[in-house]
Write a protein that binds this ligand. Structure first.
Ligand SMILES: NC(=O)c1ccc[n+]([C@@H]2O[C@H](COP(=O)([O-])OP(=O)(O)OC[C@H]3O[C@@H](n4cnc5c(N)ncnc54)[C@H](OP(=O)(O)O)[C@@H]3O)[C@@H](O)[C@H]2O)c1
Length: 213
C-alpha cells in the first residue's frame, strides 16, 4: 500500500533532497509539506501547505492518513538571533509536530538532529538537539529514527560562510580527523531517511554520522 508522508523542512538542504527521492518511490502516494511561506516545490507528489507553525493544531487535518513524519526543520543562531527563537524552530516545532503525529495515529517519526547532540552539552546548539531527542523518545512512536549528521554537504542557494570554511578545512585535513567528524553528504542522509521512513524495524534508532554513508 502506498503511503502518505508528512515532511517538515521541505525547503531546506535535506528537505529538498528528500522530495525527488520520495517522488521516485512507488511506495509513496503523497508528500504533505508543511511550509511557512508559499513555495512551488515542483514535485508531483508534493502538496505544499502554508501553516502557522505557532498554531499547528489548526493544521491537524494535514496529518490524517499519513504513515510517517520526516522532520528536517532547523535554523542557525545567526538567523534566529536569540536563543528563544532558535528553540522555537529546533525544539518547539519538532515537539508539536510529534504530538500531532502521535495523536493522529502516525507511528514513524524521523528527525535530523546533530553529531554531538546531548542535553548536558556545554554547547547551546547541541543541548537543544539533545533535549528534543529526549523529548521525542517520550512519545512512544513505534519507530523513532534520529540522525546525527556532521557538517552537511550539498548545494545551497545561499552559501553559508562558516560551512564553506569548515568544508575546506575537512577537505585539507580529512586524513587527520576522526571519521565521525567527516562531513555528511546531505543526499546520502536523505536517501537513508526516506528508506527508513517507508519501512524499518520498530524501536528507537540513532544513526551517528559515521554510519550515514
Ligand atoms: N547544516 C549542517 O551542517 C548541519 C549539521 C548537523 C545538523 N544539522 C541539522 O540538520 C537539519 C537540517 O539542516 P539543513 O541544513 O537542511 O537546514 P536548512 O537548509 O537551514 O533548512 C531549514 C528548514 O527549516 C525551515 N525553517 C527554518 N526556520 C523556520 C521557521 N521559523 N518556521 C518554519 N520553518 C522554518 C526552513 O524553511 P524556509 O525555507 O522557509 O526558511 C527550511 O525548510 C537542521 O535541524 C540542522 O540543525 C545541520
Amino acid at each position: 500500500m502506498s503511503k502518505k508522508v508528512v515532511l517538515v523542512g521541505a525547503t531546506g538542504l535535506v528537505g529538498k533532497q528528500l522530495l525527488p527521492i520520495l517522488q521516485a518511490n512507488d511506495g509513496v502516494s503523497e508528500v504533505t509539506c508543511l511550509l511557512r511561506r508559499p513555495v512551488n516545490l515542483g514535485i508531483e507528489k508534493a502538496r505544499a501547505h502554508v501553516v502557522d507553525f505557532m498554531n499547528l493544531d489548526q493544521s491537524r487535518n494535514l496529518f490524517d492518513g499519513a504513515s510517517a513524519v520526516i522532520c528536517c526543520i532547523g535554523t542557525t543562531m545567526k538567523v534566529a538571533k536569540t536563543r528563544e527563537k532558535f528553540q522555537i524552530v529546533d525544539h518547539y516545532i519538532p515537539k508539536v509536530v510529534a504530538r500531532l503525529a502521535k495523536e493522529t495515529g502516525i507511528e514513524s517519526y524521523s528527525l535530523v538532529s546533530s553529531l554531538g547532540a546531548n542535553p548536558l552539552s556545554g554547547s547551546f546548539y547541541l543541548r537543544v538537539k539533545g533535549s528534543i531527542e529526549n523529548e521525542l523518545k517520550k512519545n512512544g512512536f513505534h519507530r523513532l529514527m534520529i540522525y546525527r549528521p556532521s557538517l552537511l554537504l550539498g548545494h545551497r542557494e545561499k552559501k553559508r560562510f562558516g560551512e564553506l570554511v569548515m568544508a575546506l578545512f575537512f577537505r585539507c585535513f580529512f586524513w587527520a580527523i576522526p571519521k565521525k567528524y567527516h562531513p555528511t553528504d546531505s543526499f546520502v542522509l536523505a536517501k537513508l531517511m526516506a528508506e527508513h521512513a517507508l519501512g524499518f524495524e520498530n524501536g528507537v534508532h540513532i544513526f551517528e554520522s559515521s554510519v550515514i554513508k
